[in-house]
Write a protein of this length. Structure first.
Length: 725
């Protein structure tokens, strides 16, 4: 941060000699190490500029009052309020740090309001005239280019524009048109483009939007809603809103962390590393996170994590949010959060007491490229001095004891320009004067942000010109810059022509590193082509692979039709669902389905073997083996064959028919039969003719019957002879 010596933290110029000092006020950055500031002089004020050197610190303007109470920088020009005639600031001025570039733009005797927004190189502010009241104005830095944008509340009454915030090139603000109350408005810098976004609370009450932040290119904000408690007394409650992809606000809920535990109202918002941190007023205080991907926030702080006293100030630096919390009636502490419970904790006591016992707002200055914060802190030994912290207790230390001892230098109004931090401090010798802290060099930030685009989207055309299209914002994160504005090649809410339009989202961090992503917006009719499918088709399989099928074509008017399975292609056995898809010129698609069924109903072929004849000496028959039947099939490579009598089994004497059955994979069957004949040994062939056949010879004659009986008795006689011998 600094070496903590006078060489590292130096008095810039002793403008008013002596112990009283010049008391510089309202430090305003011009960029590039340059600044403007005000000095009291003879009951009024003077405008000074400095380039960070003693020689380059000079007076630009004298005899003004209320200088710089409200200001805004656009490029290298600072716009600010001041007056040369009275104590109220009602004249808009501009300065680039040079005498010739410092002049009044326009006087508004009826009042000059907030100077707090820039869009497309122009300043936007509120100012009042006797005939139009407080309305929306803009300036390009020239007198002729300082003009009223529009009279939101016609006539002398005021719409009082305020709470300006630029999100992706659209400037949002709060205004009251006299009909809807204070509600959310937006402008593109033209009268026609200045419109009411939504009427959150119907009627003259209005929702009064307050805190606004850019969450990944989408506006999030706090505003009121009315809750009916009965009895005609509605309760006004502050809630968190986000503009949805349709440009309409959606309420973000804060689920109760436990049954019976209530949730307070969102009070302060800050974006760190693409995540919104929400401080909720409650007892105790609560810290919530919201990443923009849903419609509810997530409780980050566990019970008792945060103290029960108010938030004093907060600032983002890199991936960390630093904040000061009054954690006792008289004490203030520095806290930090990176959006996780583990990374949210108390760093160190940092009391903010000013000299002479006064209590003031804090001075917190985030150094994004270093992930550090500068703050004023009171300690017994040093009094109020400048301290620096990297978010750890060990890394929190005194920068320099400018007024050695317990009195303190009372540093105020920290303001960074380039690699210098300017502030007012009283070292006890020169009085309150302008000081400069030179920041040590750091490696340049060359890492671009990470940008994630939303998914592509489609919209229905509302006219021949196309359609107005909204979307959820892209997401962006960066190692150094806490909150990066996103720019779009086509703004959400603009009219997109028919067909496809590519939208490029670009993020540029504070070091100038850029990253981008692209998504498509389609404007096309949502009606899909009507597709008429042919009737279901069926055919017989012609091979093991199935069968080729040329089904009839589907019809879809002029749209071309494609099929999930080619016409004429081979379809397997069974049922196949075919999807026909038609796509029109706008890319809309329609589908229908039909079925192609390939069946196998053809029986297999089966050829039986020839009849088999064998002889036996056994009266019980004998085992016979026969050749296998031959089976074939169109689909099944090897049909299964079964037999009524298995080959190799015992067949009785005589003739036995054998049936062979062939079965394919589809269950189709075929059969054939053959005979197995078992004959006793020595018998004649039954098929001889009458003049010598065995049957005819034996035909009932006594001699034939006797011969047959002897043949049957022969084995028994043989066994008897064997036993006798």
């Amino acid at each position: 941060m600094t070496d903590g010596t006078p060489e590292g933290t130096v008095l810039l110029r002793d403008i008013h000699q002596g112990a009283h000092g010049g008391s510089p006020q309202n430090l305003m950055d011009l960029g590039g190490g340059r600044l403007l500031f005000a000095l009291p002089a003879s009951g009024r004020q003077e405008l000074w500029s400095s380039d960070g050197t003693e020689a380059g610190t000079r007076r630009l303007l004298a005899g003004v009052s209320a200088l710089g109470t409200t200001s805004w920088r656009v490029g290298g020009v600072r716009y600010f309020a001041a007056s040369t005639t009275e104590w109220s600031a009602h004249t808009l001025w501009r300065s680039d740090g040079t005498p010739e570039g410092t002049f009044a733009l326009q006087d508004f005797p009826s009042g000059l309001g907030a100077i707090s927004a820039e869009r497309a190189g122009r300043l936007f502010f509120s100012a009042a005239t006797p005939t139009e009241g407080m309305e929306l104005w803009a300036s390009d830095g020239t007198r002729e280019g300082t003009v009223r944008v529009t009279d939101i509340r016609p006539g002398p009454a005021s719409s009082s524009p305020r709470s300006f915030f630029n999100v992706g090139g659209t400037l949002y603000f709060t205004a009251d048109d006299g009909v809807h109350g204070a509600e959310l408005w937006k402008t593109d810098g033209t009268a026609a483009g200045t419109v009411l976004v939504t009427d959150l609370v119907p009627g003259a009450e209005g929702a009064n939007p307050m805190e606004m932040e850019d969450l990944n290119g989408t506006l999030v904000f706090t505003a009121s809603e009315l809750i009916d408690l009965g009895g005609g007394f509605p309760w006004r409650k502050t809630v968190l809103w986000r503009l949805g992809p349709d440009g309409q606000p959606r309420k973000i809920s804060f689920p109760a962390p436990a049954p019976g535990v209530g949730v307070g109202e969102p009070a302060r918002l800050r974006v760190v590393n693409g995540t919104l941190l929400v401080f909720v007023d409650d007892f105790p205080s609560q810290l919530w996170t919201y990443d923009g991907t849903s419609e509810h926030a997530t409780l980050l702080s566990r019970p008792g994590l945060l103290p029960r006293f108010p938030l004093v100030d907060l600032v983002a630096a890199g991936r960390v949010l630093y904040f000061l919390v009054r954690d006792s009636p008289v004490g203030v502490a520095l806290w930090r959060s990176d959006g996780t419970a583990a990374g949210t904790f108390r760093v160190k006591e940092a009391n903010q007491t000013w000299k002479y016992g006064e209590v003031s707002p804090s001075s917190l200055l985030g150094l994004a490229d270093r992930g550090q914060v500068l703050l004023r802190s009171w300690q017994v030994a040093t009094g109020v001095e400048m301290w620096a912290s990297d978010g750890s207790e060990a890394g929190t230390s005194l920068v320099a004891d400018l007024a050695p001892g317990p009195s303190g230098s009372d540093p105020r109004s920290f303001m960074r320009s380039g690699d210098s931090v300017f502030f007012s401090a009283d070292d006890g010798v020169h009085g309150a004067e302008l000081w400069r802290l030179s920041l040590p060099p750091v490696a340049p930030d060359t890492t671009p942000p990470v940008v994630v685009c939303p998914a592509g989207m489609s919209a229905e055309p509302t006219s021949s010109a196309g359609a107005i299209v909204f979307w959820w914002g892209a997401r962006v994160s960066d190692d150094v810059t806490a909150s990066i504005p996103l720019t779009y090649s086509h703004l959400p809410g603009s009219t997109f022509p028919l067909g496809k339009t590519g939208v490029t989202v670009t993020a540029r961090d504070e070091a100038g590193n850029e990253a981008s992503c692209t998504f498509d917006v389609w404007v096309r009719a949502s009606s899909v082509p009507v597709v008429v499918c042919p009737a279901d088709a069926a055919t017989e399989a012609t091979s093991p692979e199935g069968a080729p099928v040329s089904f009839a074509e589907a019809t879809a008017g002029e749209a071309g039709v494609t099929y999930s399975h080619a016409r004429g292609g081979t379809f397997p056995v069974g049922e196949t669902v075919v999807t026909a898809t038609a796509k029109d010129a706008d890319g809309n698609t329609g589908t229908c389905t039909f079925r192609v069924t390939v069946t196998d109903t053809t029986a297999p072929t089966l050829a039986c073997p020839a009849d088999v004849t064998v002889e036996t000496r056994e009266a019980s028959g004998r085992a016979v083996e026969y050749p296998a039947a031959t089976a074939g099939d169109t689909v099944t490579a090897e049909p299964r064959v079964t037999y009524s009598h298995a080959s190799g089994s015992t067949f009785p004497v005589g003739t036995t028919p054998v049936t062979a059955t062939g079965t394919d994979a589809a269950g189709n069957t075929a059969s054939c039969s053959f005979h197995v004949t078992v004959k006793p040994v020595g018998t004649e062939d039954d098929n001889e003719d009458e003049e010598g056949s065995g049957c005819a010879a034996a035909g009932g004659s006594p001699a034939g019957l006797l011969g047959l009986l002897l043949l049957l008795a022969w084995p028994s006689l043989g066994r008897a002879r064997t036993r006798r011998s």
